[in-house]
Design a protein around this ligand. Sequence first.
Ligand code: MF3
Ligand code: CO
Ligand code: CO
Length: 262
Amino acid sequence: MNIIIQSAEAIERMRIAGRLAAAVLEMIAPYVVPGVTTEALDQRCHHYMVQQQQAQSACLGYQGFPKAVCISVNEVVCHGIPSERRLKAGDIVNIDVTVIKDGFHGDTSKMFFVGPPSILAQRLCRITQQSLYRAIELVRPQLPLGDIGRIIQPLVEVEGFTVVREYCGHGIGQQFHEAPQVLHYDAEDGGVLLQPGMIFTIEPMVNAGKAAIKLMKDGWTVKTKDHSLSAQYEHTVLVTRDGCEILTWRPEEPVPRVLTHA
Ligand code: MF3
Ligand code: CO
Ligand code: CO
């Protein structure tokens, strides 16, 4: 497993790609309302990437994925395919955006509430996002890679929720998915220690019920096996000399874009 240490030039391009991916999530927020189809949201995201950002979707055509973004509603864990499904009040929706700009990838997702969420949905999303933030706050040189899952799993489970095992975060750069795999639960990490210049995603998927998932017949859509709600948040993170930078940071977030531990 060879983890790329990105050059200063590559890092600058990754900052740009990350910022663009984050901007798509900010742009789409006001349109995630009752009655809209996930297809319409997909088209708006795609148009924005291509026309406003002069960027491409990394998802469109990726291993045959048919749309520009992934939109995962309620019990859909990840890789939901935008469709004529109409959102309704009470739905919770993950939009996962990956852009390619100048050959480099930015990958990020967040949850949106369609109308007022249930108390459970709100708590599930809050805990999932907090688990991502707590992991990001650890990221610095010499951190064992496995410490990421080692902090996320107990935070999730103490709330009675579960971490999905089958999908993980990933190195990212000129490739969409590269080494290392970033697990969101406590497992052997092969002794990998983080180094400045590594760039990877952290993207915990958290279920309100059991951790088991099932893949739908379309070959993409992943649902919770017990039909419980699922939430996910994702950031692309750069390891720096004394901490990390959240390359897909949005101004609305309660954590700083640059974290230092001098
Ligand atoms: N963006 C997803 C990730 O975080 C991958 C989506 S692949 C697709 O890794 F083909 F479904 F778009
Ligand atoms: Co990702
Ligand atoms: Co993603």
